[in-house]
Design a protein around this ligand. Structure first.
Ligand SMILES: NC(=O)c1ccc[n+]([C@@H]2O[C@H](COP(=O)([O-])OP(=O)(O)OC[C@H]3O[C@@H](n4cnc5c(N)ncnc54)[C@H](O)[C@@H]3O)[C@@H](O)[C@H]2O)c1
Length: 359
C-alpha cells in the first residue's frame, strides 16, 4: 500500500513550478506530485517528463475530478487565481496559491471565505519572508532588540526587469497591475512580517509607467516574450510604484518598488526601532544597528546559507501544518489579506492622486 498522504496537483506549468514547487513537494515524505494541468499541453508534458509527474491535463477541472489531489498549487496568470483557487478548495483540496492572491481585495476575501466554508488550508506564495536575513531579523524583533519599531522601508528596485512585453504580466486586464502586483506583494509581506502585521489606516501612493510604454526596461523572466512592435499597446501597468503607509499606532512604512528605473538594482528592508535598527539586504545580509554605552555600533549577523532557497521553507511549513503541526510557520490568510488590502489602497491612491483612508 502506498504511504502517500498528500497528492499534489499543479495548475500552470511555468518556470517557477519547475524550479520550485514540484521539486520542493517531491522531496518531502508522504507527498507525491500526481498531475500537472496546463492549457499548453506540450509545456505540461515536457515538465511532467522532466520531473517524473505521471499525469497531464489541459483542463484543470478534469484533473481535480480524476486525480482528486488534496493539495493544489495554483500558478497561472493572476486573473485565474480566484476562480481556480475557489474551484480547487471546493473540490476538497488545500491550496498553495501563487502571489498575488487575486486582482482585487474583494476577490481575495471571496477566496478566503471559500477556504473557511470548505474547512481547507489556503496559503500564498510570498516566500521572500523566509530568507535567512528576514527570519533572523524577526528573531531579533521577538527578542526585543529593536524596542518599538516605528518606521520601516521596503525597497525592491530593478534597473531593467520588466517581464516580456505582450505577456500577461504587462497587461492589467490579466495581471491586475505591474510591479506592484509582482514584486510589490513580496516587499509588502516582508515588511509587514517584520513589523508584526500592523493595522493600516492611510495610504498615499504614486505609480508611473515610465519605461514600459516606450519599450524600455525589458528584463525578461516572464514567458512568452514577444518582439516589441508596439510597446504602448502591450503595456498598461505600473513600472514604478512608491507609497507611504501609516498604521494605527502611528508607525510608518515607506514602500518603493520598480521593474525598471535609472538606478541601481536593490532589494532591502530597513527597520527603525527605539532601541535598535536593521537593514536586511538581499546581497549583503543582515546588519543590526544599536547604541552601545553611547557609541553607535553596527553588527553584521552571520546567517545560515539558506540551502534550498525560500520556497523550501514555504512548502515544507505548509505540509508540516497540514500534518498537524500548528506551530509551523505558514503564511496565513489574515496576513495575506492584509497585504492585498494595502495593495488595493495603493492602487486607488495612485489612480486618484489622493490619500486613501482605511476603515
Ligand atoms: N512567488 C514567486 O516568487 C513567483 C515567481 C514567479 C511566478 N509567480 C506567480 O506564478 C504565477 C505564474 O507565473 P509564471 O511566471 O509561471 O507564468 P507563465 O506565463 O510562465 O506560466 C503560466 C502557465 O499557466 C498556463 N495557463 C494559463 N491559463 C491557464 C488555464 N486556464 N488553465 C491551465 N493553465 C493555464 C499557461 O499556459 C502557462 O504555461 C503568477 O501568478 C506569478 O505571479 C510567483
Amino acid at each position: 500500500m502506498s504511504d502517500t498522504k498528500w497528492r499534489v496537483g499543479v495548475i500552470g506549468a511555468g518556470f517557477i513550478v519547475n524550479y520550485a514547487h514540484i521539486p520542493e513537494f517531491q522531496r518531502l515524505d508522504g507527498v507525491e506530485v500526481v498531475a500537472i494541468a496546463d492549457l499548453n499541453r506540450a509545456r505540461a508534458e515536457e515538465l511532467a517528463a522532466a520531473r517524473g509527474v505521471p499525469h497531464v491535463y489541459e483542463d484543470y477541472e478534469k484533473m481535480l475530478a480524476e486525480q482528486q489531489p488534496n493539495i493544489v498549487v495554483v500558478a497561472t496568470p493572476n486573473i485565474f487565481h480566484q476562480p481556480m483557487a475557489k474551484t480547487a478548495l471546493e473540490s476538497g483540496a488545500n491550496v498553495l496559491l501563487e502571489k498575488p492572491m487575486a486582482l482585487t481585495y474583494a476577490d481575495a476575501v471571496d477566496i478566503v471565505e471559500t477556504a473557511k466554508a470548505n474547512d481547507r488550508v489556503l496559503t500564498v506564495g510570498t516566500h521572500y519572508r523566509y530568507a535567512p536575513g528576514s527570519l533572523a531579523a524577526r528573531h531579533q524583533a521577538d527578542e526585543g532588540f529593536f524596542g518599538h519599531i516605528y518606521a520601516a522601508r521596503a525597497v525592491m528596485h530593478r534597473r531593467t526587469g520588466i517581464p516580456g512585453f505582450g505577456s500577461w504580466f504587462t497587461r492589467k486586464e490579466l495581471s491586475g497591475g505591474g510591479v506592484l502586483l509582482d514584486l510589490g506583494v513580496h516587499a509588502l509581506d516582508c515588511a509587514l512580517f517584520l513589523m508584526d502585521f500592523p493595522d493600516p489606516v492611510t495610504v498615499s501612493a504614486s505609480s508611473f509607467s515610465a519605461f514600459g510604454p516606450r519599450g524600455l526596461g525589458l528584463g525578461g523572466w516572464g514567458s512568452d516574450i514577444n518582439k516589441v512592435t508596439d510597446a504602448a499597446k502591450q503595456f498598461n501597468v505600473d513600472d514604478l510604484t512608491w507609497a507611504t503607509i501609516r498604521f494605527a499606532d502611528d508607525r510608518v512604512l515607506q514602500f518603493q518598488v520598480a521593474w525598471a528605473s535609472h538606478g541601481a538594482d536593490q532589494i532591502f528592508t530597513e527597520l527603525y526601532g527605539t532601541e535598535g535598527g536593521a537593514r536586511i539586504d538581499a546581497d549583503e545580509g543582515l546588519k543590526l544597528y544599536e547604541d552601545l554605552n553611547g557609541a553607535p555600533v553596527d553588527i553584521a549577523v552571520p546567517l545560515p546559507n539558506g540551502d534550498g532557497g525560500t520556497y523550501r521553507p514555504l512548502i515544507s511549513n505548509f505540509v508540516d501544518y497540514l500534518n498537524g503541526d500548528a506551530s509551523a510557520h505558514i503564511i496565513t490568510t489574515d496576513q495575506a489579506l492584509l497585504s492585498v488590502k494595502i495593495v488595493d489602497a495603493i492602487q486607488r491612491s495612485a489612480e486618484t492622486g489622493r490619500e486613501v483612508v482605511l476603515g
